[in-house]
Ligand binder design. Structure first.
Ligand code: ZN
Length: 69
C-alpha cells in the first residue's frame, strides 16, 4: 500500500494510491489514480481512466498505475 506521486508521459501530474490507501474497487488490483489537486473524497470518489491532458489510458502512461494481475 502506498501513495505514489506519479505523472502521465505527457507531464500531467497524477497520484496513484494502492492497497489500503486506495478508495477504489474498480480494478482487480485495487489501484486508484487521481489528480493531486482533486483529491477523491467520500462525496466525490473517482479513478482516472484516461488522462485529461492527452487522452491516453492512464494504465499505459502513468508509472505505478500499470495493472498488477
Ligand atoms: Zn497524459
Amino acid at each position: 500500500m502506498a501513495i505514489i506521486n506519479s505523472a502521465c508521459t505527457c507531464g500531467r501530474k497524477i497520484t496513484v494510491a494502492t492497497g489500503a490507501d486506495s478508495m477504489s474497487n474498480h480494478r482487480k488490483d485495487g489501484k486508484q489514480a487521481y489528480y493531486p489537486e482533486h483529491l477523491p473524497s467520500v462525496e466525490y470518489n473517482y479513478s482516472i481512466f484516461r488522462c485529461e491532458s492527452c487522452g491516453k489510458p492512464a494504465s499505459e502512461t502513468v508509472k505505478g498505475y500499470e495493472y498488477d494481475l
